[in-house]
Design a protein around this ligand. Structure first.
Ligand code: NAD
Length: 281
């Protein structure tokens, strides 16, 4: 039972299964991350927007693991897209995490309707962090095909990853296909559709037949599709359950049946990246 590493286009690699801490209260974060590290997760996905980077750093330090044994991702919050603000925000993220470097730093949202549509200079600022070695890899989140095309045309670095909403009800196929074609690893956020897919009869049917839980079946589906995932839970049993997905395999027919649940755009849980313009105050 082991988590595979996915090779990134910059030569680094990332554990395919991690642990996400969106909507985990700061007061609960250190305990949840400690539990995840105890179970065996070695990849944590946080963001400035989640308000719990400090507690993630604390839990890693408390775990007795070497800092280099745990892969950490954080993200640039929406208010800091201008280059000087991005530089200050990245410094703060490192300080909060208590680390002098980060494995992966992402632009959280493209915000094409803000900053005169300029996510290009924001991306060029992340390229600086990569050049100076403080971010081992840099990537984007919620970028649509036209945003990625613009980075390809106007900058020197192809994002290592694109973290997008992706689950059986929303395959986000166009973006995923672009990523694949251009060597960008796809990270699937809300891999369980925040629980919404877990009582779907197709999923529960497969789960019963293979003797696994619906969450394990959906996470296994992601793994076999080569998505990078980091399900979130604060419950110890679920944290463990979500990690125990490497002792079985889904057959092609099961993969197809689950992919067949796609309902397209209508099934997005999160906002439309082309319109999302929220800047936390
Ligand atoms: P998720 O799909 O991981 O669902 C989490 C929820 O599913 C839990 O709150 C719980 O209710 C349920 N759940 C988890 N494990 C379960 C189990 N074994 N059995 C039954 N129910 C279970 O949703 P998420 O937290 O939104 O996404 C995961 C991670 O993706 C986040 O923590 C964050 O790191 C990342 N994310 C990124 C963005 C972005 O814009 N980049 C947006 C949302 C989430």
């Amino acid at each position: 039972m082991s988590v595979a590493n996915i090779e990134l286009n910059d030569g680094n690699s990332i554990p395919q299964l991690g642990f996400g801490v969106f909507q985990v209260a700061p007061t609960e974060t250190a305990a949840a991350v400690r539990e995840a590290l105890k179970v065996g997760y070695r990849h944590i996905d946080t963001a400035e927007m989640y308000g719990n980077e400090r507690e993630v750093g604390e839990a890693i330090r408390d775990s007795g693991l070497e800092r280099g044994e745990v892969y950490v991702t954080s993200k640039l919050n929406n208010g800091y897209h201008q280059p000087d603000d991005a530089r200050a925000a990245f410094d703060r993220t490192l300080r909060e995490l208590g680390s002098d470097s980060l494995d992966l730093f992402l632009i959280h949202w493209p915000l094409p309707t803000l900053y005169d549509g300029d996510y290009v200079s924001t991306w060029q600022t992340l390229e600086e962090f990569k050049r100076d070695g403080r971010a081992r890899s840099v990537g984007v989140s919620n970028f649509q095909v036209d945003h990625l095309e613009r980075l390809a045309a106007e900058t020197d670095t192809v994002p290592a990853v694109n973290q997008i909403e992706l689950h059986p009800y929303f395959l986000n196929e166009e973006v995923r296909a672009y990523d694949e074609e251009h060597g960008i690893a796809t990270e699937a956020w809300s891999p369980l559709a925040q629980g919404a897919v877990l009582d779907d009869p197709v999923v529960t049917g497969v789960a019963e037949r293979v003797g696994k839980t619906p969450a394990q079946v959906v996470l296994r589906w992601h793994i076999q599709l080569h998505n990078i995932v980091f399900p979130k839970s604060v419950t110890a049993e679920r944290i463990r359950e979500n990690f125990e997905i490497f002792d079985f395999e889904l057959e092609p027919g099961d993969l197809e049946a689950i992919s067949g649940l796609d309902k397209g755009e209508a099934a997005r849980i999160g906002p439309d990246p082309d319109r999302f313009a929220y800047v936390p105050s």
